[in-house]
Design a protein around this ligand. Structure first.
Ligand SMILES: *[C@@H]1O[C@H](CO)[C@@H](O)[C@H](O)[C@H]1NC(C)=O
Ligand SMILES: *[C@@H]1O[C@H](CO)[C@@H](O)[C@H](O)[C@H]1NC(C)=O
Ligand SMILES: *[C@@H]1O[C@H](CO)[C@@H](O)[C@H](O)[C@H]1NC(C)=O
Length: 431
């Protein structure tokens, strides 16, 4: 999803948030000297592993961490969000490791980086480490927010090397592929100025995501996008031996898959140049990614129908993970818009619960459903970063409880022993 503008959600001030956290949880101070023990996440078949034990994820999206860490006035929100996530037992946050040519750009022009913004990304990673949260870092946007493939195409035109004005030339133009590979190597080999650890060697990074929501409609056969995924996933692995890699797909089935008729939301979804099975099956792709946005994908359905779709959509992809892909399946974005005509806040609880229940059930049965990440959490005082999906989770007690319950259910399945400290405390309080 792209974040839009608008005062669409009641916002708690930042100050009141701090007071709330302080009253609820006591001392917040962080120091960089206590190094938490945070091993790399690995994979065994359809499951993620940490310390040779299965590991299921309850997590969230806050795409804005780097952007907020650039300026002094907004930087405290980064640590506060990660800390609040950790207090809810969340273990993965998905965020952008790109901002191409836009305000506060990381990459100002091809190969030119703003050190001030790179330091902000260093900061977000260092803070995540402090709070025991791992980051799923996305490397480029298919959409225009924060530059995206359109910006890469514009750059190629400006430098007189572009083959085409189509923004899908991002995938096939050799010059643009070079630009993107340069971004990949620059980020992966970045040495964090705070921790001293190269990104590629940092277990705080859970995994790399190649691109947010890739679509290449100009080639519905899917060959163009598949070729790009083959090349880029191999390139990441040639630089980084440790981290898992995912594509960043929405999860639609392509024209050759019979599930396009039974599971895809509507006919358009098989004409986007992507295919969940083929793309996720790529050798260097370690786990599959899927998004869940029924209210954007259907136009004439009510909430109850949307919930039914969510179950079918998830179970289908989990089945694929077990039977076809033999890889974990992670639902890396799910959200319910507050712009729906019949929207009520209680629907968000039911929508979230449907998804979190399916993950917990899959985990209990050792199936491939590996975790889910809400789109999106943000802090009070930053409504311009909200879209119609954003939630400040502690503003609604029922939502907050639901999230913590999922963290604890998964922690129990993961085996509490590897959940040191905070989570153990959080979940034993609840029993
Ligand atoms: C990996 O999974 C297989 C099959 O589920 C299991 O037999 C094996 O013990 C697992 N390996 C580790 C290191 O857990
Ligand atoms: C592709 O580029 C056109 C302008 O050439 C723009 O209007 C459109 O929104 C772009 N699409 C995406 C997905 O960025
Ligand atoms: C799931 O895996 C665990 C650990 O390998 C095992 O103890 C348990 O019996 C399995 N559960 C099911 C339902 O297969």
């Amino acid at each position: 999803m792209v974040a839009g503008n608008g005062l669409l959600y009641p916002i708690l001030g930042f100050a009141s948030f701090i007071v709330f956290i302080y009253m609820s949880f006591g001392d917040l101070r962080v120091n960089y000297h206590k190094e938490p023990d945070l091993p790399f996440v690995t994979r065994n078949g359809t499951q993620f592993m940490v310390n040779n034990k299965v590991w299921y994820v309850n997590g969230w999206n806050s795409y804005w961490l780097m952007d907020h860490a650039v300026h002094d006035y907004s930087r405290p929100r980064v640590g506060a969000m990660l800390q609040a996530g950790a207090k809810m037992g969340l273990t993965v946050c998905r965020t952008w490791a790109f901002n191409d040519g836009d305000y506060n750009a990381l990459q100002i022009s091809p190969g030119q980086y703003d050190e001030r913004v790179f330091k902000a990304l260093d900061y977000a990673i260092a803070e995540a480490r402090q709070h025991g949260v791992r980051l799923l870092l996305s490397l480029v946007n298919n959409l225009q927010a924060y530059g995206g493939k359109t910006q890469y195409v514009k750059w190629a035109w400006q430098e007189g090397v572009g083959l085409s004005a189509s923004n899908d030339s991002f995938f096939f133009d050799p010059s643009i592929r070079k630009y993107f590979k340069n971004h990949v190597v620059t980020v992966l080999t970045r040495k964090n100025t705070i921790t001293g650890i190269e990104y590629r060697n940092d277990p705080t990074i859970f995994a790399w995501e190649l691109i947010n929501e890739p679509r290449c409609m100009s080639d519905p056969s899917g060959d163009t996008l598949q070729d790009w995924i083959d090349e880029m996933s191999a390139y990441v692995k040639s630089i980084d031996k440790y981290h898992l890699v995912t594509v960043g797909l929405e999860g639609f089935y392509g024209p050759k898959n019979s599930k396009r008729l039974t599971v895809n939301p509507e006919a358009w979804a098989s004409a986007l140049g992507s295919d969940f099975i083929r793309n996720s099956g790529t050798e260097n792709i370690d786990f599959a990614s899927v998004h869940i946005y029924p209210d954007h994908w259907f136009h004439d359905r009510d909430f109850e129908d949307n919930l039914k779709f969510v179950s079918k959509w998830m179970l289908s992809h989990i089945e694929d993970g077990d039977m076809e892909l033999r890889k974990p399946v992670m639902f890396t974005e799910f959200g319910l818009s507050n712009l729906n005509e019949d929207f009520e806040p209680s629907q968000r609880d039911r929508f979230y619960k449907t998804i979190l229940d399916i993950i917990a059930k899959s985990a209990k049965r050792n199936k491939s459903g590996a975790g889910a990440l809400v789109w999106q959490y943000f802090m009070g005082g930053m409504e311009e970063y909200n879209d119609d999906f954003g939630v400040v989770p502690w503003e609604r007690t029922s939502t907050y409880k639901l999230i913590i319950e999922e963290s604890c259910r998964l922690a129990r399945i993961n085996g509490m022993t590897q959940e040191k400290g905070k989570l153990k405390q959080l979940c034993s309080q609840k029993q």
